[in-house]
Design a protein around this ligand. Structure first.
Ligand SMILES: [Zn+2]
Length: 189
């Protein structure tokens, strides 16, 4: 951050835009790179306003936008593009497109929805696991009478057409065969 502050002190001097676009000889980073990497969205907006060119690449050939994975910082670039669509060559700056506060709200809602769906799937998985374990703990006689029939070997839910022999049901031919192979051992034990 020290070097960023140093550059900002330079703003007081003659040419603000030139100061913004001066590249650090060590890594090629401009003030905009440094603000992006430091995850300072407000600073990114200030530098863009002052004329900091988002197209300049550092020694790793990264534009300031590409130099940060930080989502709020990336949004600052896209908000700026939404406000000033003609100020810079945004595609050259690798900025994926403008965003407005309304769009941002929609994106957030979409992400929250995906999160909720994921949580729901995980919950269902957890319930399925418990059901499987409960089924596997039953005796064969209990399994036959169980309200929800499952695979006698692995406890998975059954497909539409389960695999069967005698009174046993299975999720797959593999489970059926394994059960058959294991059975003599169970019997003699
Ligand atoms: Zn099975």
């Amino acid at each position: 951050m020290t070097s960023l502050e140093t550059i900002f002190e330079g703003w007081e001097s003659a040419d603000l835009e030139a100061a913004c676009n001066t590249q650090d000889p060590n890594d090629g980073n401009t003030a905009l790179h440094k603000a992006a990497i430091a995850e300072k969205p407000d600073m990114v907006t200030q530098i863009l306003t002052a004329g900091g060119d988002p197209c300049i690449r550092n020694h790793q050939l990264q534009t300031p936008y590409a130099a940060t994975p930080h989502s709020d910082t990336r949004i600052a670039f896209r908000m700026f593009q939404g406000q000033f669509p003609d100020k810079y060559n945004y595609s050259k700056a690798h900025i994926p497109g403008p965003v407005t506060p309304e769009l941002l709200e929609l994106e957030k809602e979409k992400k929250a929805q995906q999160k909720r769906a994921k949580r729901q799937r995980e919950k269902e998985k957890q319930i399925e696991k418990i059901k499987t374990n409960q089924f596997l703990l039953m005796t064969d006689a209990e399994k036959v009478k169980a309200a929800e029939k499952r695979c006698f070997l692995c406890g998975s839910g059954l497909p539409k057409r389960p695999f069967e022999y005698e009174r046993y049901t299975f999720c797959s031919i593999r489970c059926l065969q394994n059960h058959r192979n294991l059975r003599p051992l169970h019997m003699s034990a």
